[in-house]
Write a new protein. Structure first.
Length: 393
């Protein structure tokens, strides 16, 4: 009888192992998307029928609607440097990139000359380890990245085989979002880049012209949803990328009225979504990282906060972790690569309890600042899963 039980347990364990989420090493491609000026409610105020691909990111993957921009900046260029380097404008201590202006000029400073020392980025680690990289930018000032990490500006490749200095294999700037997507699709079809970055500019442009959350702003998010459809289409049908690709979507800042520069919740609150093999469906990124990240409510924690919020600056070291690579030298945000998104590496005992509780949309009664410590729960496959919302702390 004992023997039978043991055999049963062994068989059960074998089954559980076969169906357990894919290991990190399965992911060979990461697509990092930044939607310029995307507020979380730019998505949640629209329906899944209107935004099928954004909702697909959320329901097949894990996400938060309460990530943060840089502590000291809610404008475009500094927040994209955070997303490329894992550094902030004036922190974390010892790991700032020091680029505070939202402008670039040809022949002007690079990231390195501005800082006074070399600033490595996600491209250094990916390229130096022999991976292919791409950067598809919707604003001309992103040529800062190409100039900082091209053959003239970047550090020598001293990791393994020398793949040359130029860290970005394909750099493209286009103001036309559809053209940007089709160039990416055609480049990736021919030769996939292990790390590629796509930047969609229009929500910011439309927000400045017509207002954040205006009907035109919301319509532009629907247009980008169509671009995401093309990304999914490729990722699921390319023989090399299928089943081996993660997609990360975040933003540089939100917006309110016709601007986004002031330190207001609507400006510094952004979404972060992760989709890919091994990423829990409907996962709440804060619930998945209970000891290393803390939901900031409506506040903006400083760089020195003992438990930081999830930030857009987490993304480059997350992307590298998913690719099986170490953190960016000199980075300070997610430098321990402890923002976990794969079910196989979570500390939480029961991944089924990580799902967003209740209805698919966060209930109105749980909007930040409204309810303190509301406890909600539901039954998931026979287990009661409870979590406490910490808004309004
Ligand atoms: Zn703007």
């Amino acid at each position: 009888m004992k023997r039978a039980a043991l055999m049963f347990a062994t068989a059960l364990a074998a089954i559980l192992l076969t169906v357990s989420p894919a290991p990190a090493e399965q992911i060979q491609y990461v697509v990092h998307i930044s939607v310029d000026g995307l507020r979380p409610d730019g998505v949640t105020s629209q329906s899944a029928a209107e935004l099928p691909n954004f909702y697909r990111m959320r329901h097949e993957g894990s996400f938060t609607d309460n990530a943060r921009t840089d502590v000291h900046s809610s404008v475009t260029l500094p927040n994209h440097i955070d997303q490329m380097t894992g550094r902030g404008v004036h922190g974390p201590p010892g790991a700032s990139h020091n680029w505070s202006v939202n402008a670039w000029r040809r022949g002007g400073p690079t990231l390195h000359s501005n800082k006074g020392s070399y600033v490595a980025g996600v491209y250094d680690v990916a390229h130096d380890n022999g991976l292919r990289t791409g950067h598809y930018a919707g604003k001309g000032k992103f040529r800062l990245f190409d100039e900082s990490w091209n053959a003239a500006g970047a550090a020598p490749d001293t990791t393994g085989e020398d793949n040359g200095r130029d860290k970005i294999d394909r750099f493209l700037y286009s103001r036309d979002m559809a053209a940007l997507t089709s160039a990416w699709v055609s480049d990736m079809t021919a030769r996939p880049q292990n790390y590629s970055f796509l930047h969609y500019r229009d929500p910011d442009i439309t927000g400045h012209l017509f207002g954040w959350m205006s009907s035109k702003y919301l319509a532009v998010i629907r247009t980008i949803d169509g671009q995401l459809g093309a990304v999914f289409e490729l990722v699921e049908n390319h023989p090399a990328m299928r089943g081996r690709t993660a997609i990360i979507i975040t933003a540089d800042h939100g917006g309110q009225g016709r601007g986004h520069a002031k330190p207001l919740p609507n400006n510094y609150t952004i979404p972060l979504m992760v989709w890919g093999p091994g990423v829990p469906a409907d996962g709440d990124l804060y619930a998945m990282n209970p000891t290393t990240r803390r939901d900031p409510g409506t506040g903006m924690p400083q760089w020195t906060a003992p438990t930081p919020p999830i930030r857009n600056g987490d993304v480059p070291n997350l992307a590298l972790a998913l690719l099986g690579l170490g953190a960016i030298p000199g980075s300070g945000i997610n430098a321990a690569q402890d923002l976990k998104v794969l079910a196989s590496v979570l500390d939480t005992p029961d991944a089924r309890c990580l799902r967003v509780v209740g209805s698919r949309r966060r209930p109105r009664s749980l909007l930040p600042g409204r309810n303190r410590g509301v406890r909600t729960s539901r039954w998931t496959r026979g287990r009661r899963c409870t979590r406490t919302w910490r808004y309004g702390r």
